[in-house]
Design a protein around this ligand. Sequence first.
Ligand SMILES: Nc1ncnc2c1ncn2[C@@H]1O[C@H](COP(=O)(O)OP(=O)(O)OP(=O)(O)O)[C@@H](O)[C@H]1O
Length: 982
Amino acid sequence: MSTTATAPLSFIPGQRWISDAEIDLGLGTILQSDRRSITLLFPGKGETRVYSTSTAPLTRVIFSEGDTLTHQDGWQMKVEDTKEVDGLLVYLGEDSQGEFLEVPETQLDPEIRFQGPRERLLTGQIDRNNEFHLRALARQAQTQLAKDSLRGLRGPRVGLVPHQLYIAHEVGQRLAPRVLLADEVGLGKTIEAGMILHQQLVTGRAQRALILVPESLCHQWLVELLRRFGLPVTLMNAERCQDQETPFADAQIALASLDWLVKDDQAYTQVQEESWDLLIVDEAHHLGWSPAAASPEYLRIQQLAEQIPGLLLLTATPEQSGESGFFGQLQLLDPARYPSLEAFQQEEGGYRLCAQAINRLELKQPLDAEELKALEARLSNDSQKLLTLLEHPETSDEQRDQARQQLIDQLLDRYGTGRVLFRNRRASVPGFPGREVHPVGLDCPEAYLDLLEQFNQPHRQMMAEAMTGIAWPFAALYPERLYASGNQSAGDWWQFDPRVDWLLDKLEELKEEKVLLICAHAETALELSEALRRRSGLLAAVFHEDMDLFDRDRAAAWFAEEAEEGGAPLLICSEIGSEGRNFQFAHHLVLFDLPSHPDLLEQRIGRLDRIGQNQTIQLHVPYLETTAQADWLSFCHEGLEQFTRPCAVGASLYQEYQDDLLALLSGEKATDDLIPLIQSSRDAAEIELEAGRHRLLELASHRPEVSGQLVAQLAEADQDKLLREFLEVALDVYRIQNEDLDEHTWYLKPGKESDTAVFTDVHFDMEEGSSATFLRDKAMARDDLHFLTWEHPLTRNCLEAATTTVKGNTAVALLKNPALPAGTLLLEVFFRLDLPGLHQPLAERYLPSLSLRLLLDGQGNNLAPKVGFKGLSKQLVKMKKGLARDVVKLRVDQLRGLMDKAESEAASHLPSYIEEAQERMRQQLDPEIARLQALAEHNPAVKAEEISQLQQVRLELDTQLNQATLKMDALRVIVAAGRDDG
Ligand SMILES: Nc1ncnc2c1ncn2[C@@H]1O[C@H](COP(=O)(O)OP(=O)(O)OP(=O)(O)O)[C@@H](O)[C@H]1O
């Protein structure tokens, strides 16, 4: 395994040497030498070099007893003895069959490479001290990062919002997470998904992800993933896939429109042929499902969800398509846990009791007989043990607390939507500004009144539907559509519709403000913008489904631009703009009409009422009095109170009262009769939810005591000293100019000498340089600054470069410490845990890339526990290369002995290292196995193979971890300079 350096006396043809300056040439053979020059042939590379005898940068290669050499024919031999014949060495030893052999040095393998620190040191390949320093810091960081439970959360350029961090931390750590992210509108589901994805990638839990979103949100997702997470996303579309057989093959993270994949069979097949680790689907309420039929979108996602291990579904309104739609989403996530709609509905009936039991556990009260009996059906053996432990008089308080927490976790997981659904509500997220609503009743013009009356006749309702494409009586909510589809010759609706006059006045009043207007239909949006242009010369940005993606994004960007820079003061959107988009920079929302479903109204308001909104939101609602519009407003406003706060029961009340609501719209029922009924049902449903499902969801979606710690730890990262030290040394090693702009902000500029490989995938200005900060808040406020964390690509590249090349694995330094006599020798050695042949991606999840440091004195005593790396490094100065080589040559025997000692010392540490890795692995896999076993007790859909597969993985990892070794990673020879030099 090792080779040796020498003190050369003379150059004799046939001897084997390496070039210190060109190590890659391999082993050279001296062809000839005279007083002035030496000629070497490097057979491995077929190159010849001539060196001056006095300055030749050459090192003689000599193997010693115990070393293994490789013959030019490929076989190996362990050296037992050496003899010299005419100035050439002959190695004596046995091959693997035990046959005694003699190998002249002329027959050594020329391709020999010296990579390990031991070989490199002994063959005089000595690196700079700061390169060694960088490698050691990088290993230290890797160890720290491998154990870091916040890994993957440090890098994203996002504010520290507790409920988001809780979810990201909880889900991002899972293997193949499958969850529904269903926070109320605008609470940051995209950010949560981004954080989970980032974590999965950074920790190696996932390599590739597929993100499917409505077409209108593609660009916004792309921007968020790049700007906030720096992820390598590829936007896929028909154009990009044209004439390509495997267009998705190069996309590590592919982002595409779900609508496109539903329509394009070929693209869908291409997606299916790839291997993905995580699938993310935004606005998942579009995946319609009922026991009778599933939508094409649902079927496509279902197929993908069966083949992709991880799945994140995002929706603010999971029940938009009814309870069955909601169940359909849960079934995509965990078909085993949610086998049938009936079972799901039955289980829901027990939520209240479960929430009650959890409350009692939290209050440290005993469960009563009714609760115990009801829960028995769901509790399995492990839970029963916990209950017994709770009741046992000798159980300590600490054991009791732990048992209660475990029981709560198990109840949340096994009862209700537990680990699968996360839904935070505004009510429990502080800092949201209020909403103010301004309904404005307007006289209904005669032209509309006539039309509404005509079409309300039973025999004409079908015609209204055929003309407008809107079912009656909902068409009555949009009289301009009735008018426009039948009266083209009679002039434009906007010439007499009082909402337009009102709008013109309102816009005049709000001329300093940005105003978002949403209406239900694309035609209304277009005609309205035309009306404003013709009647007042106002140019509004327009956003609707018939525009292509590019034009839509351009319109949104125009609206977002500052007024002084020519930004549009008004954006007119059809319903499509009511989903997913970020318009929180505006504070005024005009609801030109109301949507026909309460969840759509919630989505509309959510464009402004979202994280980042800093003012009270003004909701302007013009409506036509004495028409269906007025009745519908009563339903939304008084019935559901939607304008003042999100209504959690809107979708279910809409379903419950569907017939009455239709009667209300057709004028067969009066608001005075219906609205009080809806109000009392709402109050009752909300009370029930608060006591049951909501309580469970609240508990499962956010634990403030956990998120509080996460926020505090992440906030501390601003001051991470190791990170700054590591980057300072890295910039020095890779020769990148670094100037302090202030205490926390650097200006970095690559120069001619710089190693530019470390800028791979860093969006960096290589010409002018770029600035970077360690402060999260500063990075959030200024997009032009890089946010420097352990997860920034520059840091990651430096970490990789420092640990995956040989650079820095040897050094020789001078110790300036007057207390030590001159010539005192120390050897500093780093080892790292190595797992040959292990299934790496699987193992890395559990395996901390631990490193071990030893500091041996001349007698082989380990001083590392007393003398730290940092303190020692401060006392070291560099030594010239020539002198360093001489030191190694002079002390070669002592060094060999110390290296052997280091190896045996390291071996004694190995068992405890392996134990730690095994412990981590078990901590992750055992609860998962136990959970599946518990679920299987009640649910035949949990397959036995699923459990045995996981048990098999655990067994294999356990065995493989036992084969781990500690491998020498870097060596530094330290020589005391003594008093005179000090
Ligand atoms: N932690 C955060 N730091 C900075 N900005 C954030 C954070 N969380 C959310 N935001 C911003 O708040 C807005 C809403 O977030 P996001 O789009 O993730 O919400 P959502 O729940 O997905 O919304 P919707 O329900 O409308 O789809 C976005 O502009 C987003 O950039």
